[in-house]
Ligand binder design. Structure first.
Ligand code: THU
Length: 129
């Protein structure tokens, strides 16, 4: 699947976003090694700590369906500029796919950054072995 096609699915996922507090609608589309795509949106909560980001929604959907190998993830929002994954999402992506490519978009301008670059000197599963 092309980055453009994955970005399109991520934009479609923003339409499902539940963000009544921030009004910041985020969408993600995660491509598995098998070629399956899991989308996700942010889901906010009146008790703010219960909020889940779009990226983690997509990852948790995939894991809960038995998919563990990820190739790339597109992350977009209805806001301005690129939408970079937050620190918690970077850490969760690192748990399952330390070398995943993160695809972002700013009005047709595409940015691809590898997680290794976004989360250097990371702590991960191998540190607990
Ligand atoms: N958000 C995401 O969904 N992904 C990110 O990586 C950045 C932040 C959401 C969480 C919250 O619902 C809103 O954006 C504002 O922080």
């Amino acid at each position: 699947m092309t980055n453009e096609a994955l970005l399109k699915l991520a934009y479609e996922a923003t339409e499902k976003s539940y963000a009544p507090y921030s009004n910041f609608k985020v969408g993600a589309a995660l491509l598995t090694k098998e070629g399956k795509v899991f989308t996700g949106c942010n889901v906010e909560c009146a008790s703010f700590g219960g909020t889940n980001c779009a990226e983690r929604t997509a990852v948790f959907k995939a894991i809960s369906e038995g998919y563990h190998d990820f190739v790339k993830i597109a992350v977009v929002s209805a806001g301005e500029g690129f939408t970079y994954p937050c620190g918690i999402c970077r850490q969760v992506l690192n748990e399952f796919a330390p070398e995943i490519d993160i695809i972002m978009d700013d009005h047709g301008k595409e940015l691809v950054v590898n997680l290794k670059e976004m989360l250097p000197y990371s702590f991960g599963p191998t540190d607990l072995k």
